[in-house]
Design a protein around this ligand. Structure first.
Ligand SMILES: [Zn+2]
Ligand SMILES: [Zn+2]
Length: 224
């Protein structure tokens, strides 16, 4: 049995037939251990996001939790449409952004996160990292103990999320926006490298890690 199923529902590069693209990133995670959906980030446009989720045959009402990596529009822009369909949703955000989320989504259950925190069974936030700009990543822990990292833009530096993740388990996969990350030695030993969205060095990563690099497309499904 797979512990987690990750469906890519938003990215600005490739997309499979029938899916839509736009600037931003979002992944829909099914935690098969507790049989529950978690949306990680929401892309920049709610119509695109909802189209892609529905294309997978999933009802928005089934999504009870959203994890927001950071307060940039290409990660939060789709949230309004999700909220309209499901206003009592729980939104896990870095503590720094709680006030603005309470203002925009008054009926939602806003969970502000500062430190490393368990969000649900086998799912953890890194806590808010970064000095001038705060962001969190999401760790999914497989029953084997290995870790899948989901990352929004990695503004604090992807290596910081990798280092912190290694405190709880070996890193099996990293998926999301790597931004300007170029300290490639930190990727050694990781089986699945899904650099997408804002990653500046996708081609170099693909060249250096030809077996580990995975092309992330809207419409892709990855099971772990
Ligand atoms: Zn960003
Ligand atoms: Zn971004």
């Amino acid at each position: 049995m797979n512990d987690f199923i990750i469906r890519i529902v938003y990215d600005n590069h490739c997309y499979k037939p029938g899916f839509l693209t736009g600037f931003g990133f979002s992944a829909l995670i099914f935690n098969n251990i507790i049989k529950s959906y978690f949306l990680f980030d929401t892309g920049g446009n709610g119509d695109v996001l909802i189209h892609n989720i529905k294309k997978f045959g999933i009802n928005i009402e089934e999504i009870k939790n959203v994890v927001i990596s950071h307060n940039h529009h290409d990660h939060t822009g789709g949230l309004q449409k999700i909220y309209e369909l499901n206003p009592i949703i729980k939104i896990h955000v870095p503590k720094t952004y709680v006030k603005s989320f309470v203002n925009f989504f008054p009926k939602a259950n806003i969970h502000g996160i500062s430190e490393f925190t368990e969000i649900a069974k086998n799912m953890y936030s890194s806590g808010e990292l970064g000095i001038n700009f705060k962001e969190q990543c999401l760790y999914l822990q497989l029953n084997s103990g290995e870790i899948i990292i989901l990352v929004g833009c990695a503004h604090p530096g992807l290596e910081r999320y990798i280092i912190k993740g290694r405190e709880i388990g070996a890193i099996k996969a990293v998926i999301g926006g790597f931004h300007g990350f170029n300290k490639f030695s930190f990727l050694k030993g990781i089986d699945f490298i899904g650099a997408c969205h804002c990653s500046a060095h996708v081609d170099t990563i693909a060249m250096n890690f030809p077996k580990q690099f995975k092309r992330i497309c809207v419409g892709s499904v990855f099971s772990f």
